[in-house]
Design a protein around this ligand. Structure first.
Ligand code: SAH
Ligand code: TRP
Length: 340
């Protein structure tokens, strides 16, 4: 008789986690703070929102009645995941900014049912999310390999393991919209370079719509988004010895119709100066002065397609929900023959 393998052993061998953060990430936070808080219009890049508390607050945002994008994207996946599985034949799913991979399970279910799925590769800056999700998914999908990459998708895409079969690279949740237009195209081009001839990019983008609905999604009645926004100050206090009092700031979320994006800001309630101790940096705020913490671009179909084109990607499927709130696009690299 074969010796029985204890289930713990199976789980152990199914998981591999690589971490690329460490000191470099702290330097990137320090650089971003020095650069962003000394500008005439202060700003911070959004990737610093997601420490463990930020990730938990984001999860709560996804459940809010006002925050429609998560429900709309999930509905599209539920409707179309089987078709995506058939179109892509994917053996591997790479996910950038994977978070808790809540919606990803819809896709994993379809690939698992199609019998093609072998490996899931989540990449996120938040270590705890990559580790927890690897544990959960290997027990939910027996036989699945999970190779987690703790890293920054702006700097560590070359650490994504090479493909062992056709792949879907998923970039969900409208995260691409959190980059300003120039960086957005740069990030997309770098992601496109991950794709081989058999691979596809599956990207979620929020669509332009009525201003009231948009602003409510980023300024909910319970104040969860406000807490999420202020959390970035707590990250600076902890990581860089800053002395922000989050209660000195109001949460502001406004739709900018000219740029077609939501801007999230923190507005100083009173004039004050905060010290960022580790950088020896005093930061002065006038009363009412705003610090921009995030943009969230809203797309038209034309804008998505032209961004994809600029990264040498061609649209394979445009998938949307019945109310056309959100879009998922499946695209692939334009092959050399097609560009001739
Ligand atoms: N994909 C999930 C989570 C979206 S929230 C969903 O659709 O619900 C954005 C996620 O991207 C967070 O988990 C955050 O930690 C991660 N993230 C943001 N910037 C990142 C970066 N530069 N590199 C890697 N992960 C990043
Ligand atoms: N990618 C999400 C979005 O743009 C991120 C997000 C949702 C977010 N709510 C937020 C970021 C509030 C900052 C503040 O919709």
């Amino acid at each position: 008789m074969e010796p029985l393998t204890p289930p713990e052993t199976v789980i152990e061998t199914a998981i591999r986690i690589d971490s690329h953060l460490g000191g470099a990430h702290e330097r990137s936070l320090a650089d971003d703070v020095l650069d962003g808080l000394t500008r005439p219009f202060k700003e911070l890049p959004p990737k610093h929102f997601y420490d463990a508390r930020g990730a938990e607050l984001f999860d709560r945002i996804c459940e809010l009645p006002e925050y429609y994008p998560t429900r709309a994207e999930r509905a599209i996946l539920e409707e179309r995941a089987d078709e995506l599985a058939t179109l892509t034949n994917a053996a591997e799913l790479v996910e950038l900014g994977s978070g808790t991979a809540a919606k990803t399970r819809v896709l994993l279910d379809a690939l698992h049912a199609a019998g093609t799925l072998t490996r899931y590769i989540p990449m996120d800056v938040t270590e705890s999310m990559v580790r927890d999700c690897a544990e959960e998914l290997t027990s939910e999908y027996p036989g699945l390999q999970v190779h987690g990459v703790i890293g920054d998708f702006e700097r560590h895409l070359d650490h994504v393991p090479s493909a062992a079969g056709p792949r879907i690279v998923a970039f969900l949740g409208g995260t691409i919209g959190n980059f300003p237009p120039g960086s957005r195209r740069r990030v997309l081009r770098e992601i496109a370079r991950l794709l081989g001839p058999e691979d596809h990019l599956l990207m979620g983008t929020d669509l332009v719509k009525d201003r009231v609905a948009l602003e409510a999604a980023y300024d909910d009645a319970q104040g969860v988004t406000a807490e999420f926004n202020r959390n970035v100050l707590r990250v600076l206090n902890r990581e860089l010895g800053a002395e922000f009092d989050p209660e000195d700031f109001d949460h502001v979320a406004l739709f900018d119709p000219q740029h077609e994006w939501i801007e999230m800001r923190l507005r100083a309630r009173r004039e004050h100066t905060t010290l960022v101790r580790d950088l020896d940096l005093p930061v002065h705020f006038r009363a009412g002065e705003e610090l921009r913490t995030e943009i969230s671009a809203k797309f038209t179909p034309e804008r998505v397609e032209s961004d994809l084109r600029a990264a040498d990607l061609e649209l394979v499927r445009w998938l949307t929900d019945p109310d056309e709130l959100f879009a998922l696009t499946l695209s692939r690299r334009i092959s050399p023959e097609t560009t001739l």
